[in-house]
Ligand binder design. Structure first.
Ligand code: URA
Length: 248
């Protein structure tokens, strides 16, 4: 069963790390005959298994396929009104995931953050090294926002944002060039490659305007899928991950 270089792990540890319960609780699940591998009941909680993604197709718990083991990456259509951090007050995006996923080790976290009042494409992962590769300023990954404004634009915003020397309040380092595409006087696309705090809102505030609605529809070359409803999420495919990284 153990092939090549696939790492292996104990069944009870795997289940506990996927949030199915404490070591003791998952041992009880196994003893009760509720854990099946390829349709056969597993009775040894200390058995070693190859930790490969396809385990979800092979193992079931009480008749339900096993949750995907790490590394897990998700794409979510973030709704308005939910926060991206456990520490901020209010309902978080994590409450949109199955409660068991909140007990996983390694933990799932958002890849960067969207404000409570920003909707759109949000990535989540339990892969720390992937997370850092995506949010690292060196990665230069673009993020596109649909911006709706309180006032009509003045006309010079595109040049200011593209200049590479725009300063926003409270910061001494200029922003990297950003691209503005005007749709109509109060609406535009804005593509940025950094992820500073409230960056898009602060950029428009600096031009004397105010953002009234903000939606992210693209990261790298990956668009928010039309069929991913508000508040819904799914596993990110490896092709989509390459699009996030701007490799396709
Ligand atoms: N910029 C903002 O101001 N808010 C976001 O949520 C994302 C980018």
């Amino acid at each position: 069963m153990v092939t090549g270089k696939t790492p292996t792990g104990r069944l009870d540890r795997l289940l506990a790390n996927l949030g199915y319960g404490s070591r003791r609780e998952v041992q009880a699940l196994v003893a009760a005959g509720l854990v099946l591998l390829d349709g056969q009941i597993l009775l040894k909680a200390d058995m070693h298994l190859p930790l490969a993604a396809k385990l979800s197709d092979r193992i079931s718990i009480d008749g339900v396929p096993l949750d995907p083991p790490p590394p897990l990456s998700l794409i979510m259509h973030k709704p308005l009104g939910v926060v991206c951090s456990h520490r901020e007050p209010g309902r978080s995006v994590y409450t949109l995931l199955p409660p068991r996923w909140g007990r996983r080790n390694p933990a799932i976290s958002t890849v960067g953050r969207l404000d409570k009042e920003t909707s759109g494409l949000l990535l989540l992962t339990d892969d720390g090294s992937l997370l850092h590769r995506i949010i690292s300023p060196k990665a230069n990954i673009s993020k596109r926002y649909l911006v709706t404004l309180e006032q009509p634009m003045r006309g010079d915003e595109g040049a200011i944002f593209a200049s590479g020397n725009m300063l926003i309040e409270g910061e001494s380092k200029p922003l990297l060039p950003a691209e503005l595409q005007v749709i109509e006087p109060r609406q535009s696309w804005l593509t940025i490659t950094e992820g500073r705090y409230h960056q898009v809102r602060r950029m428009f505030e600096a031009t004397g305007n105010h953002v009234v609605a903000l939606h992210r529809d693209r990261v790298g070359t990956l668009d928010l899928p039309n069929d991913l409803g508000v508040g819904k999420y799914r596993l990110l495919t490896s092709d989509e991950l390459r699009m996030v990284m701007g490799l396709v």
